[in-house]
Design a protein around this ligand. Structure first.
Ligand code: HEM
Length: 364
């Protein structure tokens, strides 16, 4: 394993371009400061860490301690970040070339406890039918998504962050994830063997549906998959359940992987081309007035009977997740093969900048 000392190869922030040249509006020339690990192309591994603030801390004393930790984390992550240009995601690579990104967020319980104004859309997720949540794998005051091309890089960074957190933030839960080696481009395959992430929003759609200024929200779900039961189904039945082709990720009525599914399209005989109880129909953005989330999920395998999807999705309002998840519980045949066992939501802070560590706005 790479040294767990100061040898970080990470970045806490990304400097993304503002609106396209010529775009109207007061923000036209303002550089965006957004954290990496949201629109960044997926690296091979992920490690999501949840921390809790020391129960003895609250109010201004708690806010002061958290501010100090976030300042230490920002410095440690920035010290090693690779210089990046404007207009692209600033990813680390540093010495290891592992393209490590660190994405930090705060949980819904924290603002109240510290006497801070809560970000507008930050609240606990409701409970959903079919969940079997383990409290030890849920929640957290601070959430950190670490992604890199090697698990050594995420582990080393996690160890450094935990050390720098001192007594103020204690580890609550962690979940590692991985992607299979790429098989000819396209979205990575999940443990059901389907491409997962094909219908993600474009950069333009992310401006509208994922970012809220320089912030966003992250929903984490540790979803157990009944891999063997699903694998026993014939491929055409699997495709009916998912609503896309297994080999290519294309819609069932043709086209290619990134083509949109029209959930209401019918064949000449008047039958729906995408089954009414398929996953892509239940989760279709058309049922949410076009609202989108950016899914950036990984697989996990914690033993032969504990495998699944580390569902990670970014959106400008987690209420979207709740609406989509409720439809899945009610009208999605995939629901019989999956079960959420862990869950968390976080407000992903705006990125750091010169003289402005992570959390500067929140803790001002
Ligand atoms: C945990 C088990 C899950 C599996 C195995 C799974 C699998 C898939 C697959 C294979 C697709 C089609 C390809 C793609 O566009 O990515 C898809 C699409 C999608 N899934 Fe899931 N999914 C799961 C859970 C969820 C959950 C919990 C949500 C949100 C509540 C969700 C929301 C979506 C959305 C929004 C799409 C894109 C639909 C579209 O735009 O056409 N999925 N999923």
């Amino acid at each position: 394993m790479a040294g767990a000392g100061i040898g970080l190869t990470a970045t806490a922030c990304t400097r993304e371009a503002g609106p396209p040249a010529g775009a109207p509006g007061p923000g036209a020339h303002a550089a965006r400061r957004r954290q990496a690990g949201v629109t960044t192309p997926q690296q091979a591994t992920a490690l999501v860490m949840a921390y809790d603030l020391d129960p003895a801390l609250a109010g201004t004393a708690g806010a002061r301690e958290l501010k100090a930790v976030l300042a230490r984390w920002t410095r440690a992550l920035a010290d090693t970040q690779e210089a990046g240009g404007d207009g692209g995601t600033r990813e680390a690579g540093g010495g290891s070339g592992a393209r490590l990104t660190a994405t930090l967020g705060i949980g819904p319980g924290l603002p109240d406890r510290l006497g801070l104004r809560a970000p507008d859309a930050l609240r606990e997720l409701p409970s959903f039918p079919g969940d079997r949540l383990d409290p030890a794998r849920c929640g957290g005051d601070v959430l950190v998504q670490l992604c890199a091309d090697s698990a050594d890089a995420t582990e080393a960074t996690a160890a450094t962050l935990t050390r720098l957190a001192g007594d103020a933030l204690g580890p609550r839960w962690r979940q590692a994830g991985f992607l299979p080696p790429s098989d000819g481009g396209g979205a990575p395959r999940d443990l059901f063997g389907f491409r997962n992430g094909s219908a993600n929003p474009t950069a333009e759609e992310c401006e509208r549906w994922v970012w809220s200024g320089d912030a966003t929200y992250l929903v984490v779900r540790r979803v157990h998959l009944r891999v063997e039961d699903f694998a026993r189904l014939a491929v055409p039945r699997q495709e009916e359940i998912v609503g896309r082709r297994r080999a290519t990720g294309a819609p069932l009525d043709g086209g290619s992987e990134h083509d949109e599914v029209d959930p209401l399209a019918k064949d000449p005989q008047g039958r729906y081309t995408t089954p009414p109880r398929s996953h892509v129909r239940a989760v279709s953005p058309r049922l949410d007035d076009g609202a989108r989330m950016l899914r950036r999920s990984y697989s996990y395998a914690d033993g032969p009977t504990d495998q699944g999807l580390l569902f990670l999705a970014f959106m400008r309002d987690p209420a979207l997740f709740a609406r989509v998840q409720r439809r899945m519980a009610a009208q999605d045949d995939l629901a019989a093969f999956i079960q959420a066992r862990g869950s968390a939501v976080a407000y992903v802070l705006p990125g750091a900048g010169p003289g402005r560590p992570l959390g500067a706005e929140l803790l001002a």
